[in-house]
Write a protein that binds this ligand. Structure first.
Ligand code: FAD
Ligand code: S2G
Ligand code: ZN
Length: 456
């Protein structure tokens, strides 16, 4: 086994990316050493900014030769410590790989570089009259490489699925230093062996450095209609799911709670969106050429007395509805260090989970503040706990225990990172973990890519 030789590695990287793309200034490094939640703080000797797949490959080969570990990083908006150099790793900043390929109109596809932001991809698709299915609050900063690596979900999974459902092909530099180009032509049907794009999607920088991706696009966004639909309880909102899901053109189905919306109202300095605020508020978004108002009216009629209040918005006022949902993570962050549990539950267990989660947290941290919201249509709730110290995982551990008891997942869309390694291993079991380790060993035999992430 070779000994790591960081000085030898660092003295050779300038020859690959050029001195201007080897960042060692402490101020600059600091922006890459802490994650968005501020819960994970690492340190890196240098941030490298390759400008091509060839440069990425050269860096990975040098890292192998000198046994230096690398943390691939895109927008650094991940929420599970997967892009934080907690072990003093060198950071590979992939944002210079920002090539936007031509939109293939007939195929409804495009190939883009890993460093392209979600907003840039969405705008690029819109310029061709199409749209990109995945959307999430960090759109201006999150990159395609990070979205693929974390198999991001977001606000429209209920209609279009997660990132994996959008990815047709991937180009990546594996931990071996080899470049894999899998289905970059975007064949919709290519059944010639294991699903390599699907494997790299969700690999969180542990198997390969994604350098570009071929993604499907969906039809351009038509007229939109949004609604806040109030229910007397989360149970009532869950019971309404079959009717809500049947809404024509359904594109988003989010859950918020009155107690959290009051925090948002205070944060934004505005009145709550419904008065009185129902205990459970569903944000519904419909899209398409049909009669959306009629479609929404039929949904509300079918729900009957279960709906205790509603507000409808289209055009510019629609952003006002979304503001309530997208402000929730900001409000949590403004309250202090946020401990996050991004969980999914069987639909039948959602209400029981929501009813029990605050009691579970209070048993460990009586004075904490908990926000619960999320992608109701996917059975995915975000539990944000503020109050426990940065190192106090007690409350969230208790929440994850409850999730496993109820047959849910300890990570619905944010990935495993370093935050959920033990919990994910417990959930998936020994055999599956052995499989993950075998794949990791095959694609990153020296363990230089994001060590400690996903499989630990
Ligand atoms: P980073 O944070 O830089 O990295 C994330 C992981 O991907 C790390 O493990 C990193 O090593 C790896 N990685 C990054 N780039 C590459 C690459 N090119 N090759 C290989 N590995 C790579 N996530 C959701 O799923 N749904 C949401 O609704 C959602 N909403 C969010 C809202 C806010 C306000 C914020 C701050 C985050 C949100 N996120 C959400 C989380 C985050 O935006 C996603 O995880 C996103 O995919 C991260 O992209 P990134 O480019 O910032 O990746
Ligand atoms: C969301 C991201 C931020 C959070 O808002 O949908 O996925 O609150 C989350 O965890
Ligand atoms: Zn989310």
């Amino acid at each position: 086994v070779l000994e790591p030789d960081l000085p030898a590695f660092l003295s050779s990287v300038e020859g690959v990316v050029g001195a201007t793309h080897v960042l060692t200034d402490p101020e600059v490094r600091a922006g890459h050493e802490t994650d968005w939640t501020r819960r994970f703080v690492g340190r890196t000797p240098a941030v490298l900014r390759p400008g091509s797949v060839g440069e990425v490959q050269a860096l990975v080969l040098l890292a192998r030769r000198h046994q230096v570990s690398l943390v691939p990083q895109g927008g650094n908006t991940g929420l599970v410590g997967g892009a934080t150099p907690l072990g003093g790793e060198v950071v590979l900043d992939l944002r210079r790989l920002d090539d936007l390929g031509p939109v293939d109109g007939p195929a409804g596809q495009v190939t883009v570089g890993a460093g392209v932001t979600l907003t840039a991809l969405q705008d690029h698709a819109a310029s061709a009259g199409l749209s990109f299915a995945v959307d999430l609050g960090a759109r201006d900063t999150a990159t395609v490489g990070g979205l693929v690596a974390t198999n991001a979900g977001g606000l429209h999974v209920v209609r279009f699925g997660s990132m994996r459902a959008q990815v047709l092909g991937v180009e990546a530099v594996l931990g071996t230093g080899e470049v894999v180009r899998s289905n970059l032509t975007g064949l919709v049907k290519d059944n010639t062996g294991y699903d390599l794009p699907g494997l790299l999607c969700g690999s969180e920088g542990t198997l390969g450095v994604i350098t570009s991706a071929r993604v499907r696009l969906v039809p351009g966004v038509g007229p939109l209609l949004g609604a806040l639909v109030g229910f007397a309880s989360v149970t009532a909102a869950v019971e309404a799911l079959p009717v809500l899901r049947s809404a024509p053109g359904l594109r988003a189905l989010e859950l918020m709670r009155a107690v959290d919306l009051r925090l948002v109202a205070g944060h934004l300095g505005i009145e709550p969106p419904l008065t009185p605020l129902p205990p459970a508020v569903v944000l519904l978004e419909l899209e398409g050429p049909n009669d959306l108002v009629g479609a929404l009216g039929a949904v509300l009629e079918a729900l009957g007395p279960a709906v205790v209040a509603s507000a409808v918005a289209d055009g510019d006022r629609l952003a006002g509805l979304w503001r309530w949902r997208e402000a929730l993570p900001e409000v949590a962050a403004a309250l202090g260090i946020v401990h996050k549990a991004d969980v999914s539950l069987p639909v039948g267990a959602l209400a029981a989970f929501e009813a029990a989660v605050e009691t579970t947290i209070r048993a460990h941290s009586p004075s904490s503040t908990t926000l619960v919201y999320g992608h109701l249509g996917d059975g995915n709730l975000h539990v944000n706990v503020v109050g426990p110290g940065a190192a106090d995982d007690g409350p969230v551990d208790a929440v994850l225990e409850l999730v496993l008891e109820l047959g849910g997942s300890v990570s619905a869309e944010h990935g495993v990172g370093r935050a959920k390694v033990a919990w994910a291993a417990r959930q998936r079991g020994e055999v599956a973990t052995t499989m993950l380790r075998a794949i990791k060993q095959a694609l990153d035999p020296d363990g230089i890519l994001n060590p400690g992430v996903v499989v630990g």
